[in-house]
Design a binder for this molecule. Sequence first.
Ligand code: ATP
Length: 303
Amino acid sequence: MTAPERRCTARAAAKINLALRVGRPRQDGFHPLATIYQAIGLYDDVTVRDADQWSVRTHADAGIDLSTVGDDESNIAIKAGKALAAHHGLSRAAAIDIQKAIPVAGGMAGGSADAAATLVALEELWGLDTSVEDLLRIAADLGSDVPFALYGGTALGAGRGELVTPIDAPANLWWLVVPHEIGLPTPSVFHHFDQLELGDEEPVIDEALTAALAAGDIAAIAATVSNELQPAAYDLRPDLAQRHRLLDELGADAVLLSGSGPTQLLLFGDVSAARAAAGELRDQGIDHVLVPAPVAGAHVLEH
Ligand code: ATP
């Protein structure tokens, strides 16, 4: 009898930015950020199995464009697995299977979620005991949004986004997520942002937003969410500015661009109002998904 195959599945959530303030590029080319992240109920699931060599396969529901997601070393999930193995001096490898629901290049850090889920799944499969500090350092080396994908919930992000501090945000929010079939590469939005000379001297988060989140005051949250990349993204993509005007008519508490776009977000405190807006989008043939927030960070689903 052959031994049952050992595998582990971990789940990681998409992120949105409730606030995104951006500075001028640093010496190393990165932009200093001050942000508030929130993990939303839209997930990628990553399954890992022991294997002789590294491999990755990505699957997705219809509507998610996988054309830019490599099945080789360019995939951040393999980079994550290798980084964890190297940290422990292991010469092990894994076959990685990604089930994607987070749109690619949608400004919701789907790749970072896959990296975080891979770290958590391999940690479990291999019975490692990586300290939280080391795991966060490995995550930060993989990408600015990977540490937050480990934390989940709601958190402040500083540095280039990798310095994460969880914050209190008790309100149950509903986000109507409106992806766009044509992606918007993050580097091109930052480049245009620089061309327009929009960078802050020193990006800081408006204290009114952290106070509103702590109080669970949805009207105040809605009045203070903001994204400084939005003007640059809309300048590059007037179709998104036009769609923003349409989304403004749907009764949301707030409408904003997710990260570097092109995904747009409608905030609702009231789920019935959110469902009514989702119905209107459905009638207009506009792709969308309604999800709760905040949700947990990367975690093991089954082993
Ligand atoms: P960010 O704002 O962090 O750049 P994003 O949501 O805009 O995130 P991602 O979906 O994370 O963008 O991916 C951006 C690019 O990263 C993809 O176009 C793809 O070329 C590359 N990539 C590498 N690995 C992955 C992965 N596992 N999932 C998605 N994209 C990946």
